[in-house]
Design a protein around this ligand. Structure first.
Ligand code: HXC
Length: 258
């Protein structure tokens, strides 16, 4: 499908989704969010796709929700329409791993979008921030919840209350991102990570995603039990048998998603 604000390429088993509103530093307007939702649905339902990479430009992953679109809205408008409630549902429905490849600005809704992905690889030029306080508002797409879980209360409060940006080095040190790579290599590194994931059993990768995400909900003991049961259930798959046999036989496994 042809989109106006994003570019989607399917390479091998990977859907590469690129945010593409260069004149507005990929600000998330309603059209972009709607198209991104469509692209996620396409990737989710395309059996060929086993992993998704979401990226922006070298200058900006996304500089936040589109301020021009929000500036004239009232409380009645945003509360009445439950603004930004639909889009996260599209993310939640995707059981395939999603990697955010972030270069440049990931601010406000842009930072929140990156955190909705399963993990973040960023370039050495990345800048993360929740500067909504400078606009007289606050995070609305998960920032106060996810950033706090990722980097802890003190740093999250600092970011949300002062609106300051976090550079790549601090983001890696704080656990917000999994790796920092040179800007020129960002997409290729993310695609290589996605290719690695695509080789694995999809049943196992879906179980991993569910279980790690579960660690952010409820109690530790519930999470540990949930994880153990999923681990047990993977012993019902042929891929478990194949993976362990291949290890014992010192050969590469041939997973068949069964
Ligand atoms: C609309 C935006 C935008 C945004 C940048 N632009 N961010 N338009 N919404 N969030 C536009 C600018 O208006 C400008 O358009 C063009 O992109 C280039 O931006 P500049 O400011 O000229 O670039 P620069 O000087 O390099 O500064 C980059 C920047 C700055 C530091 C990222 O643009 C900035 O502070 N942007 C706003 C960041 C922000 O507050 N984000 C949070 C948004 S609220 P023109 O036409 O002038 O060239 C939010 C709420 C989330 O995200 C709630 C749930 C989703």
């Amino acid at each position: 499908m042809a989109f106006k604000t994003i570019i989607v390429e399917i390479e091998e088993h990977i859907a590469l989704i690129k945010l593409n509103r260069p004149d507005a530093l990929n600000a998330l307007n309603s059209e972009l969010l709607s198209e991104l939702g469509e692209a996620l649905k396409d990737a989710r339902t395309n059996d060929k796709v086993r992993c998704i990479v979401l990226t922006g430009s070298e200058k900006a992953f996304a500089a936040g929700a589109d301020i021009t679109e929000m500036q004239d809205l009232s409380f009645v408008d945003v509360f009445g329409d439950d603004l930004f409630s639909d889009f996260p549902k599209e993310f939640e429905r995707v059981r395939k791993p999603i990697i955010a490849a972030v270069s440049g600005y990931a601010l406000g809704g842009g930072c929140e979008l990156a955190m909705m992905c399963d993990f973040i690889i960023c370039s050495d030029t990345a800048k993360f921030g929740q500067p909504e306080i400078n606009l007289g508002v606050m995070a609305g797409l998960g920032g106060s919840q996810r950033l706090t879980r990722f980097v802890g209360k003190s740093k999250s409060m600092d970011m949300h209350l002062t609106g300051r940006f976090m550079d790549a080095e601090e983001a890696e040190r704080s656990g917000l991102v999994s790796r920092v790579v040179p800007a020129k290599k960002l997409v290729s590194e993310a695609m290589a990570a996605a290719a690695k994931i695509a080789e694995k059993s999809q049943l196992a990768s879906m179980a991993v995603k569910e279980s790690v995400n579960r660690s952010y909900e409820g109690s530790l003991s519930d999470g540990l039990l949930f994880e153990r049961r999923l681990f047990h259930s993977l012993f019902a798959t042929e891929d478990q048998s194949e993976g362990m046999s291949a290890f014992a036989e010192k050969r590469e496994p041939q997973f068949r998603d069964k």
